[in-house]
Design a protein around this ligand. Structure first.
Ligand code: NAP
Length: 530
């Protein structure tokens, strides 16, 4: 495949392309079961050090840039990404084996994330200015705001080559906060990563950002990622990926003499609870069969919000639901998975589940091309599920385990046995939700987003979205990775006590020329202070 842009295979250390080592790796096209035509050079410790020190230096001036200037930078990145046109999408499809329609949606989402973050910071609301005046000298004058924490390392996941990668949500929010970013590029979409990285570099130059505000390091081994997390210049980590990866980097960051926060968004099984009202009526049941089949098989099940668990109380309607769902999924064509490693892990995961005592399979495993997978529906009883932790973890791909509970008490126990989740869904009538409020409450305790009568796939990008849940869905359930509030991960509060007016950051000064909304002596106000 040819692109008008020559993929160099090199890392961006600030504005400069550099090789690092002579070790070479390739990204992969699952559909043709072959390497992509590009070669990528593995970064080394010298590049890690250079990128980190450059980011540390860039932070000095980048943290001082106005919100308006950083907003221009973010918008310029979105414009540059769009300027690639179909060339970027072609490379995306080649490296991920995802369809063009998905590439378009993901690009639109990525650019929306960048622009909505720009819209948010120009309001300066992210500074969360709080002012307690001295009350004519009775007490100290205290003024508090959020400030950026420093250079951030970003790890993206293979299933979102744009939206959770090089210029994805973590990068957008960290740059918006005023933190330089170093991306550890995902080796399975390194060409997509290089093209997007070049967009960020062009945008940085065009908007006058310091060299080192962004770097993109190629690596197919863990060494580069580990060295980045351990570097003294790094102040925080954003990670999207597997539980194993997120936890390893979290532990590594905690082992530093000066620990740093790791905001890891990891796997989730996204339980869906079906009550009687969603199963007993044949038409309603059929509607859910179709919606669940679509949700389970979308993107070959490669979404962190894929519904991996289905819970319901034993009934003939549940049996009918399982059969109809399995039949429908049997008719869905097997799809190519992202890369051989994901494919291997998916098959291993299904095999492990099927091998557990009491687990039965309802679907026929269809054969397809080399790395394609078909959707799988398994079933187990509530009592076996509660006693077997091996059935609780994510199998990343199109597999759902139906847990048939003996009664409502067991359903509540099953929900209570779960670890933290990104989402949980309840299907039924309003009266079902009232009657089974203890089940709904148990689910609420374990999820970041509670969905009523809706499938978990499809994550809106707006200010009210919570994407992140109690461990092991995320390492810190207090924050979201999606929406403008994701910026909070890269900020810390600071108070200024009795600071002379002219030395205060503009957002805390009495005159408030931009009419920023602030909490002044306990009341929200956008006015100046007399
Ligand atoms: P992954 O294997 O964990 O890889 C993510 C990134 O982390 C890669 O750059 C990888 O480097 C690096 N990495 C992984 N383990 C590491 C370790 N021990 N030390 C240093 N670096 C390490 O994840 P993936 O397979 O790309 O993505 C699929 C997973 O992401 C699924 O579990 C899915 O649920 C999750 N996901 C979560 C969300 C969310 O928002 N919660 C969104 C999308 C995906 P290498 O590739 O070089 O190994």
């Amino acid at each position: 495949m040819s692109t008008p842009y020559e993929i160099s295979g090199q890392s961006y250390v600030g504005e400069n392309l550099k090789r690092g080592s002579d070790r070479i790796f390739h990204s992969f096209n699952s559909a043709s079961a072959s390497n992509t035509p590009w070669e990528f050079f593995e970064a080394n410790e010298a590049l890690v050090d250079e990128a980190c020190l450059l980011a540390k230096e860039a932070f000095k001036s980048f943290q001082q840039t106005s919100d308006q200037k950083r907003a221009l930078f973010l918008r310029a990145i979105a414009d540059e990404i769009e300027a690639w046109g179909d060339n970027l999408l072609a490379v995306f499809c080649m490296e991920s084996s995802l369809p063009l329609s998905r590439a378009r949606v993901e690009r639109a989402r990525t650019c929306h994330q960048l622009r909505s973050m720009a819209d948010w910071i120009v309001t300066s609301k992210h500074a969360e200015a709080v002012i307690e005046t001295s009350n004519n000298g009775d007490r100290p004058d205290l003024r508090k705001m959020m400030v950026p924490i420093g250079p951030i390392v970003v790890f993206g996941a293979s299933n979102f080559p744009l939206a959770y990668s090089t210029a994805g949500g973590d990068t957008a929010s960290a740059l918006a906060a005023g933190c330089p970013v170093i991306v550890k590029s995902h080796p399975m979409h390194a060409a997509t990563g290089e093209m997007v990285a070049s967009s960020i570099i062009r945008a940085a130059r065009a908007t006058g950002m310091p060299n080192g505000v962004f770097s993109n390091l190629n690596a197919s081994s863990y060494e580069v990622g580990k060295a980045l997390v351990l570097h003294e210049a790094i102040a925080g980590v954003g990670f999207t990926g597997s539980l194993g990866g997120g936890r390893a980097l979290f532990d590594l960051a905690a082992s530093r003499s000066k620990p740093i926060p790791v905001f890891a968004e990891m796997g989730s099984t996204n339980p869906v609870v079906f009550f009687e009202g969603a199963l007993n009526d044949e038409d309603v049941r059929q509607m859910w069969v179709e919606k669940m089949a679509d949700s389970m098989s979308a993107g070959v099940g490669q979404f962190c919000t894929n519904p991996g668990l289905i819970f319901a109380v034993d009934s003939e309607s549940l049996t009918a639901f399982i059969h109809a769902l399995s039949e429908r999924l049997n008719s869905v064509q097997a799809g190519d998975m992202l890369h051989p490693d994901i494919f291997k892990k998916f098959n291993q995961g299904v095999t492990d589940f099927v091998g557990q005592p009491g687990v039965v399979e309802h679907t026929n495993a269809a054969s397809g091309t080399n790395f394609s997978a078909s959707s799988r529906v398994l079933e187990v009883s509530g009592s076996v599920f509660c006693d077997n932790p091996n059935l609780h973890h994510e199998v990343f791909g199109p597999m759902s385990l139906v847990v048939r509970c003996a009664d409502v008490e067991q359903l509540e126990m099953v929900v209570a046995s779960l670890g933290g989740q990104l989402t949980g869904a309840v299907m039924g009538t309003t009266s079902d939700f009232e009657t089974h409020k203890d089940v709904v409450e148990a689910l609420k305790q374990r999820v970041g987003r509670l969905i009523y009568n809706g499938v978990p796939t499809g994550v809106e990008v707006n200010a009210a979205m919570q994407h992140g849940g109690p461990y092991p869905a995320s390492t810190d359930a207090r924050f979201t990775a999606v929406g403008v509030q994701s910026i909070k991960r890269w900020q810390r509060p600071i108070s200024f006590q009795n600071c002379p007016q002219h030395l205060l950051p503009e957002v805390l000064r009495n005159e408030n020329p931009n009419g920023v909304m602030r909490l002044v002596n306990g009341e929200f106000s956008s006015r100046h202070i007399e």
